[in-house]
Write a protein that binds this ligand. Structure first.
Ligand code: Q46
Ligand code: ZN
Length: 295
């Protein structure tokens, strides 16, 4: 197969676009697509300081690499969650990326303050690991983002469509109202952006490989059985039969949401007695977790 643009040997075929591209033209296509999302959704400008959450995986490292390449003011942020056989490998990938790219990455390790990783902790407090992990990551990320203008994550189109499907199946209006590539700065939380919202998992993996990014290929072992993986499987089956389904699903929702905005019911927020972050109760979930660990 030949590249549609330069007629050289194609390296990748994108079925939903019916487009075959060589390495160079794919990289160009990918970068243009992300840049367009950043501009169309007014995510950020070159004057803003962006904190990019990285996990060591293809999406987040690819995003940090790309934003650095496009000349944005980026810093990475990595949390070592103390997950056996996974976190230390991913941290090494992150460190190596920082060394070779020259992009600074701030590193935090939950074991330093808690003496244990997220898996053990979840057992102790009897919560599903991903729900605990999500809460901890959000809190630490918000805290780290204080000196930045926005925080970016590497969620791709596959992640976003799986989340959308889950939220729709539960008719979770609160989450649906907040599902967007950009969440403006609000109530003590920095602006949150997802520049890879319209990039497929496959495109993201191809970009990381073609750009020579060394990332962790394994998935987090605690993700096993997560409903999001089940939704991804179902969406992949739909995509297989009807190419373009995921993209239409997500774009259609965002378009509808733009014309008929769901109004998020806002609970009243107060400052957490311990840490001062905004929360719905006297003491925030994170501080309550720390209290439990100490006791
Ligand atoms: S890191 Fe944490 Fe994920 Fe692992 S425990 Fe679940 S939420 S799967 S993105
Ligand atoms: Zn608190």
């Amino acid at each position: 197969m030949k590249c549609k643009i330069c007629k050289d040997k194609a390296e990748i075929y994108l079925r939903s676009y019916n487009l075959a591209l060589c390495r160079e033209d794919f990289i160009h296509f990918f970068e243009r697509k992300v840049k367009r999302s950043i501009e169309q959704w007014k995510m950020f400008t070159r004057k803003e300081k962006i904190l990019v959450a990285v996990s060591g995986g293809k999406d987040s490292l690819g995003l940090l690499h790309l934003l650095g390449k496009l000349g944005y003011d980026v810093t990475g942020y990595y949390i070592n969650l103390g997950i056996d056989g996974y976190s230390d490998v991913s941290q090494n990938k992150v460190k190596e990326f920082s060394r070779s790219s020259g992009i600074m990455i701030l590193i935090e390790d939950v074991r330093v303050s808690w003496g244990t990783g997220i898996g053990d902790l979840a057992k102790k407090v009897r919560r599903p690991p991903c729900s605990l992990c999500g809460m901890v990551k959000r809190y630490l990320m918000n805290r780290a983002a204080v000196e930045f203008d926005a925080m970016a994550t590497g969620h791709n189109q596959d992640d976003e469509t799986a989340t959308l499907l889950g939220n729709l199946l539960r008719w979770d209006k609160g989450y649906l109202a907040r599902q967007s590539p950009v969440l403006k700065e609000k109530r003590g939380l920095k602006k949150r952006v997802k520049p890879l919202s319209f990039i497929t998992e496959r495109e993201s993996a191809a970009y990381a490989l073609m750009e020579g990014i060394d990332y962790i290929m394994e998935e987090c072992p605690l993700a096993k059985g997560a409903t999001s993986l089940f939704y991804k499987g179902i969406l992949n089956q739909l995509e297989e039969k009807m190419p373009g389904t995921k993209s239409r699903f997500l774009k259609g929702f965002l378009e509808y949401q733009r014309n008929h905005p769901l109004i998020e019911e806002e609970e009243e927020l107060v400052a957490c007695k311990r840490c001062g972050s905004l929360t719905t109760s006297e003491v925030c979930n994170f501080c309550r977790l720390e209290d439990k660990i100490k006791s």
